[in-house]
Design a binder for this molecule. Structure first.
Ligand SMILES: NC(=O)c1ccc[n+]([C@@H]2O[C@H](COP(=O)([O-])OP(=O)(O)OC[C@H]3O[C@@H](n4cnc5c(N)ncnc54)[C@H](O)[C@@H]3O)[C@@H](O)[C@H]2O)c1
Length: 256
């Protein structure tokens, strides 16, 4: 089903912040939330693509779509960006922690700086953006946080030690935040994508052969794309999942 056809009425007018919303899966999410009539801001470092997306969506959406340039590995910048988003949107109801970097690492050569750099993008901001968003969600009487993990940490992928550690850590963090924030009616869930074929993935890591091999492992015999994450994310952000927290959804076409 096309993402545009999905409609979660309660998302109209909500304040939604998406990290890494300028390209890839994040861009599909930004577009989909805009199509719901939500008020959107997204944080990214990909300036050119993000400006173009914000301009395009602002021209066709009910509310302006705000791009905030910030490096999420800088905690101060990340938290300042969350506060800026809440001010621009007038409210903050939904936080989608989607930004990541799946750099490959070699066991023999990975340095302390490489390790810290990966966790600084892939794990640390998930906590600190949430910490900054919570006061604004409390003002609304609740909210929803959706954290992007990955099935990669369960596939024994030897070239992703820090990324796999971060993505597994996100599940622990999701459950801890859910426990802490449930009394505030703030729900915290996670999504684990499988192999999602984006332009960046094709440019950096994927080949026709590796895509075919992954499809072979999937129950569903087709390529998964960014738009396949839209339905599950809208669902976890909306009141359709009002009684769900501390959970995760695997969107991998049936690999696991
Ligand atoms: N594509 C896949 O196959 C796949 C599979 C499993 C999980 N995931 C997860 O889904 C999410 C989205 O994946 P994607 O493939 O679209 O990722 P991507 O790398 O293409 O995009 C991530 C976005 O985050 C932004 N970003 C990166 N570092 C940043 C920083 N320091 N500060 C601000 N923004 C930053 C990038 O510019 C980009 O727009 C990620 O969490 C990823 O780990 C993706």
């Amino acid at each position: 089903m096309s993402a545009v056809l999905l409609h979660f009425h309660d998302l109209a007018g909500r304040g939604v912040l998406i990290t890494g919303g300028g390209t890839g899966i994040g861009a599909a999410l930004t577009s989909a939330f805009a199509a719901q009539g939500a008020r959107i801001a997204f944080i990214d470092i990909a300036v050119e693509e993000s400006r173009a997306l914000a301009k395009e969506l602002s021209a066709t959406s009910e509310h302006p779509v705000h791009f905030i340039e910030a490096d999420l590995s800088d905690v101060f910048a990340a938290q300042a960006a969350v506060k800026e988003a809440a001010a621009l949107l007038g409210r903050l109801d939904v936080l989608i922690n989607n930004a990541a970097r799946d750099d490959r690492q070699d066991l023999e050569t990975v340095s302390e700086a490489d390790w810290d750099g990966s966790l600084a993008v892939n794990l640390k901001p998930v906590f600190f953006t949430s910490q900054a968003a919570v006061p604004f969600m409390r003002e609304q009487g609740g909210g929803a946080i959706v954290n992007f993990s990955s099935i990669a940490f369960m596939l024994n992928m030897g070239e992703l030690p820090a990324y796999a550690t971060a993505k597994a850590g996100i599940l622990g963090l999701t459950k801890s935040l859910a426990g802490r924030l449930g009394p505030d009616n703030i729900r915290v869930n996670a999504i684990l994508p499988g192999m999602i074929v984006t332009e960046r993935q094709k440019r950096l890591w994927l080949t026709d052969a590796s895509i075919a091999a992954m499809i072979e492992r999937q129950c569903l015999k087709r390529m998964l794309v960014a738009e396949d994450l839209v339905g599950p994310t809208l669902f976890l952000a909306s009141s359709a999942s009002a009684a769900m927290t501390a959970q995760w959804i695997i969107v991998d076409g049936g690999i696991l």
